[in-house]
Design a protein around this ligand. Structure first.
Ligand SMILES: [Fe+2]
Length: 276
């Protein structure tokens, strides 16, 4: 029981314990540990919940990574995923595939395991670089997003609806291989929702015993009351976005016909988020 309590399991299915505040204690516990470790001089990511780095790599490095990205889709049959509610189709190539034929993808693998990426994650998680792999898990994949079939399913929990990934801090990096505009599923973040907010907490408490089926979803109407602004990250290729998608409310925008979004997706989760 105690192990599950401090684990990265999004939510307990036990409505009664959640009514008594179990999920709220977990959220508060994670926030408390995070704020103890936080330094006085906070960077943009810690303050606002996200940050953007344009022209992240040199032109040459970006070109070689793009080349290998496209090569990966010719080399492997990607994993297919459909967002049933909005007809978004995602084809992904996990890093494990690239590692199988590592000689063919030297630049991509170098980038994914680079000091720059580890520094960004380490700064946000407040865990030293050499302890990151011990304390948590990286998930990495290449993603191609485009419009697929729209299958109506109201029960489906879409990532295009504003949500939190879980109850604790999560570091998400999205690196844009193509330009991403309004019509090509831009990442959207509700500013400063990464900070402790009573209205959000109350909503999460109610959802924890009324619909304990995973990470909570929030309506735009509710969000107008809790976040002064939402930022849609329409950016040029070679832009890196980093965001806290555990505390912060965010969503993936919709993709329109004849658009394609190519991105590299990196996520880090601490496996024991309630242990400092
Ligand atoms: Fe998410």
């Amino acid at each position: 029981m105690l192990k599950t309590l401090v684990s990265h399991k999004k939510i307990f299915k036990n409505r009664f314990l959640n009514f008594l505040g179990l999920q709220v204690y977990r959220i508060l516990g994670a926030q408390l540990i995070h704020s103890i470790k936080l330094k006085k001089n906070q960077n943009n990511l810690q303050k606002n919940g996200f940050d953007i780095y344009e022209n992240f790599l040199s032109k040459d490095k970006f070109a070689s990574i793009t080349k290998e990205f496209n090569k990966a889709y010719k080399e492997f049959s990607p994993i297919q995923d459909n967002d049933l509610a909005y007809g978004t189709k995602i084809e992904s190539v996990p890093i494990e595939y690239l590692k199988e034929k590592k000689k063919k993808f030297p630049n991509l693998l170098k980038f994914l395991e680079s000091k720059e990426i580890f520094d960004l994650v380490s700064d946000h998680e407040l865990i030293s670089k050499d302890r990151l792999s011990k304390r948590g898990t990286f998930k990495v994949r290449l993603e191609k997003t485009f419009q697929g079939k729209n299958i109506k399913n109201n029960k489906y929990r879409s990532n295009s609806d504003p949500h939190k990934d879980t109850y604790h801090k999560v570091t998400k990096i999205i690196y844009y291989i193509t330009d991403v505009n309004q019509d090509s599923a831009p990442f959207t973040f509700f500013n400063q929702t990464n900070r402790l907010n009573f209205k959000i907490l109350l909503k999460e408490w109610i959802k924890s015993f009324t619909e304990p089926n995973g990470a909570p979803r929030f309506s735009e109407k509710f969000l107008k009351n809790v976040s002064s602004k939402k930022t849609t990250l329409t950016c040029k290729k070679n832009t890196l976005i980093i965001a806290d998608t555990g505390y912060g409310i965010h969503n993936r925008g919709l993709i329109k016909k004849n658009n394609i979004r190519k991105t590299i997706w990196i996520e880090y989760r601490n496996s024991l988020p309630l242990i400092p």
